[in-house]
Design a protein around this ligand. Structure first.
Ligand SMILES: O=C(CO)COP(=O)(O)O
Length: 255
């Protein structure tokens, strides 16, 4: 049986919260606890990506609730003289399932290019983590009509070859939609996601099963429309992932 998007077996949508550099220990635990208690009321997979210093307490609170844990970034090495960095093996050791790589804030603030992002995604696989590889155009690139070209080039440069629906997640996050309250139209999201799916066909054996997340100003109020777009298999949520009610509201609005 195949779904309208062509999945051999439709994966559940994934709603992942990128807490970025927010929260403190107690508020992290309170939020994680609310999600752990309510995960049974949603029909999607949930994941949270807290700041690395709070992974451990959040992991304890999540326990065996089924809410998955992820890192926000990782180094490529397993260990060594890399002051301030965290290896994918360390994330796995704390119970992480996922790690975000290539977020636009890291591409912009830390000069990470596609090759660096791909190396991180490969390192994540070495540690058994599922990389959430982020791509997305800037406003100037979209205005110049280059959104599809930019995203294609990022996918080809950042996604390692040979991954599958079980070992890769890709997040489309238009830079101009992050934290701005602005979102692309459903048609624009559909066009980019269909294009990413097509490009992944050259890189992955089962591109149809790779979950493609949309990220950028996803809120409970717009989640239903955005999450209903063809080839959208979930969301990477920033601001609205910091409140249990909003994050769960997005999860509940996701088909
Ligand atoms: O960058 C994002 C998630 O990684 C999106 O952030 P916002 O949901 O705050 O726009």
């Amino acid at each position: 049986m195949t779904t309208k998007e062509g999945f051999a077996v439709a994966p559940r949508a994934l709603i992942a919260g990128n807490w970025k550099m927010n929260m403190d220990r107690v508020s992290s635990e309170v939020l994680a606890s609310a999600l752990a208690q309510n995960v049974g009321s949603v029909a999607v997979d949930l994941a949270v990506c807290p700041p690395s210093v709070y992974l451990s307490p959040v992991s304890v609170v999540l326990g065996s609730s089924g809410v998955a844990l992820g890192g926000q970034d990782c180094h490529t090495a397993q260990n060594g003289a890399h002051t301030g960095d965290v290896s994918p093996e360390m994330l796995a050791d704390l119970g992480c399932t996922y790690v975000i790589v290539g977020h636009s804030e890291r591409r912009a603030d830390h000069g990470e290019d596609d090759a660096a992002v791909r190396a991180k995604a490969e390192a994540a696989r070495r540690a058994g983590l599922i990389p959430i590889v982020c791509v997305g155009e800037t406003e100037a690139e979209r205005d110049a009509g280059k959104a599809l070209d930019v995203v294609e080039s990022q996918v080809r440069g950042s996604v390692p070859e040979g991954l599958t629906g079980a070992t890769l997640v890709v997040a489309y996050e238009p830079v101009w939609a992050i934290g701005t309250g602005r979102t692309p139209t459903a048609d624009d999201v559909a066009a980019v996601h269909a294009h990413i799916r097509k490009v992944l066909g050259d890189l992955c054996g089962d591109a149809a099963n790779v979950r493609l997340l949309y990220g950028g100003s996803v809120k409970p109020g717009n989640a239903k429309e955005l999450m209903s777009v063809a080839n959208v298999n979930g969301a990477l949520v920033g601001g609205a992932s910091l409140k249990a009610e909003d994050f769960l509201g997005i999860a509940k609005a996701t088909p």
